[in-house]
Design a protein around this ligand. Sequence first.
Ligand code: UDX
Length: 439
Amino acid sequence: METFNVCVVGAGYVGLVTGTCLAELGHHVVCVDSDPKKLKVLRAKRIPIYEPGLDKLFQRNVHAGRLSFAGTVEEGMGRPGRRAQVVFIAVGTPPRADGSADLSAVEAVAEAVAKSMRDYTVLVDKSTVPVETGEWVSKTVARFNRKGLPYDVVSNPEFLAEGTAVNDFLKPDRVVLGVTSPRAEAVMRKIYAGIKAPILVTDVKSAELIKHASNSFLATKISYINAVAAVCEKVGADVTLVARGMGLDHRIGNQFLRPGLGFGGFCFPKDLEAFYWLSRQKGYDFHLLKAVKDINEFSKSWVLRKVEENLWNLEGKTVALLGLAFKPNTDDMRFAPAVDIVRMLRNRQVSLRAFDPVSQAIAQRMPELKGVRFCPDPYDCVKGADAAAVVTEWPQFRDLDLKKVKRLMRVPLILDGRNLYDPAAVRAAGFTYCSVGRP
Ligand code: UDX
């Protein structure tokens, strides 16, 4: 198998997983990050993020000499004897206040690559970017490519979900390559030669749209089932059964039909917003995406609504939040529904206690969560509480000793925002129990 010298710019979730997995496939990879703190951690052979399975691959490839780190694009691309042939752009594209994506970091990388390349180079967009970013990257490179060296820009969107990112990279459903030349296609096919998955080759704009359209569709599925759950609550039906009945139809599929407190994380909310913004900017009002966002906001208010329904006056009452991360198996608190839930409850003068097995250290430093009392374990968390709300479906919450929980709480009320428990079992243990869309 032909291997390449690869530079991955941006050592966040996407960049670090991409770089490590490309090294695992046999390529020589340099991960570049401008944050000195992050770089120090990486050079000390530690990973600065929580991602199951990543550390093992990281250690193996660092020790094999296939994975190293640099603070600048120039340094990363110019390793003696290993000048980068392919550069993956995996820097952040954070949302601006209006919902559009801030692409200044992508532009800066394109300029730096243009100034550092010495031969034919393939620039690969891995960051989630709006359609037409490839064209802008290409124009930027052309502007600073003083020697007129050949280059190509490829769109290769990532479909990594946090918590399963390594597996998603090495065993993907598909690899999408948006290319402008057969030469770039040949390089990219060789880069991914070690992966068994269908490869879809498209033009750059279509590849860019596949990413936004896929994530927005998955978000739509979640909002759809959350809306169905709201109807189920009104009529006394069970959304779990409705979702099962729907999912057995292969055309619908059973995934992403789990109701809950809304989707969060750094992808869905941001991508949905960016896709909506982009469509409007281009002259199409994508109403559906607006409805998906509205339903998601409504889903996040579930805990507040249930507290109101069950506890009458909220001032001075205490709610225990079990879980804070936007989903289990991650420490990620970005756009976590927990943050909105805290805001809503705090606005009503509710005292808050919280416990999360992994994201707590990060959560404790967040100004939005100021005033929340963080607890060392779930039992301490529910002590004296008038309600315990399951915000993240960490598997360990399933095994809680409910008798003990009941003893510790002031009022035995469980608001299961992730449908973690069997309603009959919790009620048999003496609790008032509410879950999402189930009687
Ligand atoms: C997602 C996509 O899955 C991935 O392909 C893309 O590259 C990045 O965005 P991620 O944000 O890591 O990945 O998490 P995911 O597991 O998809 O969950 C996103 C959110 O949706 C979470 O808040 C989760 O709790 C919620 N969700 C998911 C539901 O509420 N119900 C479901 O049925 C599935």
